[in-house]
Design a protein around this ligand. Sequence first.
Ligand code: NDP
Ligand code: MG
Length: 409
Amino acid sequence: MQAHAPLPRLAAATADAPLRVSILGATGSIGASTIDLLKRDKSRYAVEAVCANGNAEALAEHARTLGARFAAVADPTRYRELKNALSGSGIEAAAGPEAVSEAAVRPADWVMAAISGASGLEPTLAAVKLGRTVALANKECLVCAGALFMRQAAASGATVLPADSEHNAVFQALASGRREDVRQIVITASGGPFRTFSKEALRTVTREQALKHPNWSMGQKITIDSATMMNKGLELIEAHHLFNASAADLGVLVHPQSIIHGLVEFNDGTVIAALAVPDMCGPIAHCLAWPDRIDAAVARLDLARIGTLSFEAPDLDRFPALALAIQAMETGEGAPTVLNAANEVAVAEFLALRLSFMGIPALVAATLEGAARRGLLREPDTVEAALLLDRTARALARDLLPEIAAKAS
Ligand code: NDP
Ligand code: MG
């Protein structure tokens, strides 16, 4: 496998020279874990900017506790609420998508990219273009425009550190050998709440069942993606771009205990795996301190107590979302952008109780077929082209929704 250029080293944060940090998506699940870590040693970090979508009250509270300089909500109708909640704090308030992009480019050494969905693309890319160190949780932006994203990172010299647990594990395992000696990269999947369900049973699962992940506590979108296993498909595409690995060099292994997060097989037959209890504070702390390490206050791994680690091959028949993502990765060009957009629409419709669980992959498949028929699957080579294809695919998915919802009910 071909290597990317080596990543530059970030100076270690100290009380004398604190690391300047911004958090995109500060009110979400990853945002909360990041804030927990920063609060553990406040003197080492200076928070520049935080942003959210519409949750102005929680954002203002975080901005105050962290002593941030700038807080932005994407939803312009929440500006007044944010401004009032920050009054007297000296923290600058702003609203609208441009304000979110401003949060991304304010002077910071380290940016946590934890907005959910493709709406994270523009702000994250803005930080990347400035050559910043970006801890990347927002996998959808790599799925939507991965080639472009990695090209921009290479051009600007940005350091993209994988915050997603599997990719963080692979990143750590890759450090034990040369890239050209890597035979395969494997990411693990818990299998989600429906791992053992029959095809028949999957037809009638409810939103509440799908929102109960067995091992991880996460935002709603990724929790549903884990239940359909689309999350693992998005993660394969994420790994394809992050590690410059072809589809044939990547694998998925179902591992219900979520203790091993990623494995790298070298050509001498050695497999290096990274293990940790399932807690996002671990990978985030790794990105925050990289290449050093800090105490993340994560529970110690007690393998004797866990006793058994088990593994299965993924079942692409029961989990067609994973098959669709693999296909989109192999097709390349605009297919992953369309897959991601259709999936975002489908998950939102499922959460709104307008689409069944198995309707999610059905809508994604129909949108991909429709986009291919219309000749829309060309590689988006600018951010504008990626966002246009994203919008077109969403419109197509919404057009197809009534028919698919009726069929899949
Ligand atoms: P959440 O839904 O919990 O949080 C999403 C965050 O993004 C919120 O702060 C939300 O603000 C903000 N947001 C949404 N849209 C916008 C926008 N247009 N502009 C600015 N901010 C916006 O998601 P998670 O924290 O679970 O996930 C975040 C990302 O990290 C996703 O891409 C996910 O796939 C990835 N990830 C998550 C993991 C996890 O354990 N949670 C693990 C690995 C990856 P508001 O509160 O106002 O809506
Ligand atoms: Mg993950």
